[in-house]
Ligand binder design. Structure first.
Ligand SMILES: C[S@@+](CC[C@H](N)C(=O)[O-])C[C@H]1O[C@@H](n2cnc3c(N)ncnc32)[C@H](O)[C@@H]1O
Length: 273
């Protein structure tokens, strides 16, 4: 465990980063973006920030702006930019339309082109040769169960102790992120503090003392497992009673943005309170 330090200018840096990111088309709410920025700035670990799933660059810009300010190195952004997901169809002009040109344009407009190591590829293809340390693994790519599981399995071995793993859309109607978070993260003694912010599910990799956070993880695991069991394994749209049940279970999950000092003291604990 290492102490988390919140930089004095973090609030202004997150404000500036959000100003740059907010008009980029995408799927990230303001609280979620601020959380990502805070993690990028403060995670008490070594290695790269790796993003799986960039689309037009909303979260990429947020992460890269923060990384640029604190000189934390480039953000690795992995996305084939031609992935067809029927659920995203309304955001595309055609099933095979590419978001790559807009992604590059948005990075340029935000002044972070040189802060992003863009890999135009499927995550599984990058994972096969990936072997460098990761301090923040941000998973927002293929939200099916096999997709989210492959992303976790492919990159988690390189997450450094103290690093953060986060999944987007864990509280939306996708089967993958919440199931992988519950089964691989919340049920693992290797993970410590954990939580939800908006639809982001996150936890800190604490291989040495994760067991101390068992109770906190178990509480979240119980709430998350209800969501997993209230939806089918496939990514089918929920309707009627199952949709109501899903929403009721989701409503029970605390997911407001933690203030930086609160987050820092949670991570700095050597024993859960
Ligand atoms: C929900 S969007 C990402 C949103 C983005 N993070 C933002 O802030 O707006 C999901 C993206 O994941 C990409 N994707 C899907 N499967 C992928 C995979 N196996 N590897 C990498 N990217 C993938 C899609 O091309 C799509 O652009």
């Amino acid at each position: 465990m290492s102490t988390v330090t919140i930089p004095l200018d973090l609030r202004e840096v997150l404000d500036d980063a959000w100003q740059a990111a907010k008009n980029v088309p995408g799927f990230l709410g303001e609280e979620e973006a601020r959380f990502l920025g805070m993690v990028a700035a403060c995670v008490p670990s070594q290695g790269s920030i790796v993003e799986i799933g960039s689309f037009k660059g909303k979260s990429t810009v947020m992460l890269a702006k923060v990384s640029q300010h604190y000189r934390l190195g480039s953000v690795v952004a992995i996305d084939p930019h031609n992935f067809y997901n029927p659920k995203l169809e309304e955001y595309r002009t055609a099933p095979d339309a590419s978001s790559y040109d807009e992604f590059l344009k948005n990075l340029d407009a935000a002044g972070v082109s040189d802060m992003v190591d863009a890999r135009r590829a499927f995550s599984r293809d990058v994972a096969t040769s990936w072997n460098s340390p990761i301090r923040f693994l941000w998973i927002d790519g293929d939200h099916s169960y096999p997709g989210a599981k492959a992303d976790f399995d492919g990159f988690f071995p390189c997450v450094t102790p103290g690093g953060i793993v986060a999944f987007h859309d864990a509280l939306h109607e996708f089967s993958g992120p919440i199931r992988v978070f519950v089964e691989e993260v919340l049920r693992s003694e290797q993970f410590g503090p954990a939580g939800f912010v908006g639809s982001i599910a996150w936890s800190q990799f604490r291989p040495e003392d994760g067991a101390l956070f068992k109770k906190q993880r178990a509480n979240l695991e119980r709430l998350g497992a209800r969501l997993v069991s209230s939806r089918p394994e496939e990514d089918l749209d929920l309707h009627g009673i199952s949709k109501m049940l899903f929403k009721l279970n989701r409503y029970r999950i605390p997911r407001s943005l933690m203030q930086p000092q609160e987050w820092a003291s949670l991570l700095s604990q050597s024993k859960p309170q």
